[in-house]
Design a binder for this molecule. Structure first.
Ligand SMILES: Cc1cc2nc3c(=O)[nH]c(=O)nc-3n(C[C@H](O)[C@H](O)[C@H](O)COP(=O)(O)O)c2cc1C
Length: 208
């Protein structure tokens, strides 16, 4: 007997009520854990901005391109459209409160980093600064923005990556030093998980 499943008919759901939940609530609980891009931007008026985004991943290996999604039009998206630059700082576990606090709906003329006393430092190649205490940062120039319904997919070409020397094993960033937070569903966060190293098979496994 197959294990019973609840079916959420997303494409035929007129309202969230008919599902008992929204596709967004289901997806953010199932597509987990999501890494958190702590995104720093500067407006065309020179106001800094810092906000976490967990709809975030690598989009292209070569050229190196990363992406995040703005659900709705937010300061981060507007600033990137204005200036074409952003910096992603990795969100480490010890900065959870600051990461979360920077997601509050501050007015566009308020710099979250200043308001929350989060120390920033200059980036290497782009104007938006990075979070000084974050062990790794990714500097990006805007590749493109794709409008998708109520969300905007932002693709950024990576122009520099920095890693704290203390977080490197040779040239390899050490997971145990990065200690990245992740986002789960609702108000849930993931602590850094246990790491297991497993080599990929060089050939299909032999059948029995
Ligand atoms: C852990 C976490 C992850 C988030 N991920 C996203 C996301 O992927 N996309 C988004 O639009 N908002 C996301 N948010 C909400 C934004 O951080 C929030 O709307 C913020 O106020 C946006 O700031 P801004 O207007 O300064 O850009 C997230 C919030 C938290 C706490």
């Amino acid at each position: 007997m197959a294990t019973p499943r609840r079916i959420f008919d997303i494409e035929n759901a007129e309202t969230a009520d008919s599902l008992g939940t929204t596709a967004y609530q289901l997806l953010t609980a199932i597509v987990v854990p999501r890494p958190i891009a702590w995104i720093s931007t500067v407006s065309s008026d020179g106001v800094g901005n810092l906000a976490p985004h967990s709809f975030f991943t690598v989009s292209c290996a070569n050229p190196a391109i990363v992406q995040f999604t703005s659900v709705g039009r937010k300061d981060t998206l507007r600033n990137i459209e204005q200036t074409g630059e952003f910096t992603i700082s990795l969100a480490p576990e010890h900065l959870l409160d600051q990461v979360n606090d920077s997601s509050a709906p501050y007015d566009a003329d308020v710099d979250e980093a200043q308001a929350l006393a989060i120390a920033m430092e200059p980036s290497e190649k782009v104007a938006p600064p990075r979070v000084a205490a974050s062990p790794a940062s990714i500097e990006c120039r805007l590749h493109s923005v794709v409008e998708l319904g109520d969300s905007w997919l932002v693709l950024g070409t990576v122009c520099a990556i920095t890693v704290h020397e203390s977080a490197l094993d040779g040239t390899h960033p050490r997971f145990d030093a990065l200690q990245p937070l992740s986002r789960l569903g609702r108000n849930e966060w993931g602590r850094p998980p246990t790491v297991i190293a497993v080599d990929r098979p060089q050939a299909p496994p032999e059948g029995d």
